[in-house]
Design a protein around this ligand. Structure first.
Ligand SMILES: NS(=O)(=O)c1ccco1
Ligand SMILES: [Zn+2]
Length: 261
């Protein structure tokens, strides 16, 4: 039985097939800003990133959304909550909802955004592959960026949107002709929250250091409408991917730290 986001195969039943989904350090979480502790040593070790601009990146319809494969050996994410290790960009994708009133995975004081972009990195200092890194508590680092709906379309997201008609069905892929610079997905304000969590899709490995930016970026309703036209099926039967977000999971006794870069 393929997992998904419907009542019969969605987040409420994932733990039956994927035991880790019922663990104590699951993601996403509701970010309760009043309990976030501004941790001084996060400010000392500034979070730094360096990405390459790449063209001809492959975008795939995974059946659960779109995913851009961006293995960037030259990219580096380090500092902040990442200790002494260097993390390398592997892929990026996003989550959205049926309407723009929902769609993000993390929420802020109970408020959902219209969507959430995930830039997925893995620890190349300690591990030899993404798959290996995903088996360790400090294996992955994911940058989360919220989407707000506004009037200006996001040019970088538009490069993604313009390919979606070619990958309407699950399993289809194509190359993005434009040059993509992942830095352009990041908000101007670099304040963030960070905590230890998991992949938000099965198998929900508890291997992610989450870094969620406070400031959203803006996309248009039309861009989100295009996301919802992707099909979860590989054939004629059209079942649109209208939502692909997991609701918040218990924070439990995990520390939630913030850095106002
Ligand atoms: N949604 S996410 O970034 O936690 C992820 C990456 C790979 C699988 O799930
Ligand atoms: Zn994600």
């Amino acid at each position: 039985a393929e997992w998904g986001y419907s009542p019969t195969n969605g987040p409420d039943v994932w733990a039956r097939l994927f035991p880790q989904a019922g663990g104590a350090r699951q993601s996403p979480v509701d970010i309760c800003t009043s309990i976030a502790s501004s941790d001084s040593n996060l400010e000392m070790k500034k979070l730094t990133f360096a990405y390459e601009s790449q063209s001809d990146l492959r975008i795939l319809n995974t059946g659960h959304g779109w995913k851009v494969e961006a293995p960037q050996s030259g990219s580096r994410l380090e500092g902040g909550p990442l200790g002494e290790d260097i993390y390398q960009l592997e892929q990026f994708h996003c989550h959205w909802g049926e309407t723009s009133a929902e769609g993000s995975e993390h929420t802020v004081d109970g408020r959902a955004y219209a969507g959430e972009l995930h830039l997925v990195h893995w620890n190349t200092t300690k591990y030899q592959s993404f798959a290996e890194a995903a088996q360790h508590p400090d294996g992955l680092a994911v940058l989360g960026v919220f989407f707000d709906v506004g009037n200006e379309s996001n040019d970088e997201i538009e490069k993604i949107v313009s390919t979606l008609s070619e990958i309407k069905f699950k399993g289809q892929f194509t190359d993005i002709p434009d040059v993509i610079d992942p830095t352009t997905f990041l908000p101007s304000g670099l304040g963030y929250w960070t905590y230890l969590g998991s992949l938000t899709t099965p198998p929900c490995n508890e291997c992610v250091i989450w870094i969620v930016y406070k400031e959203p970026i803006t996309v248009t309703e039309e861009q989100l409408v295009q996301f919802r036209c992707l099909s979860a099926c590989s054939g004629e039967a059209e079942e649109f991917i209208v939502k692909n977000y997991r609701p918040p999971q218990p924070l439990g006794n995990r520390a939630l730290r913030e850095c106002n870069a």
